[in-house]
Design a protein around this ligand. Structure first.
Ligand SMILES: [Zn+2]
Length: 82
């Protein structure tokens, strides 16, 4: 069972969380091009290795957290408050 370290609740089971996406994506400015907005909304990388992700502790404290996970091994190296 995969355990995710919530900064507020400690290690909790994966089933309590909801994956919310890539935490490395930066929102473009309003004046940026349609292409940049398209990439922001629809395009995602599929990295192999260390990655930062947004998770929501849906069945717990209901807070957002940034989880650092290896997408190849699923090993979680840490988490932090947003
Ligand atoms: Zn929590």
């Amino acid at each position: 069972m995969l355990l995710i370290p919530c900064p507020w609740c400690g290690d909790r089971a994966l089933i309590e969380f909801t994956y919310r996406g890539d935490a490395t994506v930066v929102r473009p400015k309003e004046s940026d091009s349609d292409e940049q907005w398209y990439d922001y909304v629809y395009t995602r990388d599929n990295p192999r290795g260390e990655h930062s992700e947004w998770w929501h502790h849906t069945a717990g404290c209901r807070r957002w957290l940034k989880v650092h996970r290896n997408t190849w091994t699923h090993q979680i190296s840490g988490s932090e408050a947003p």
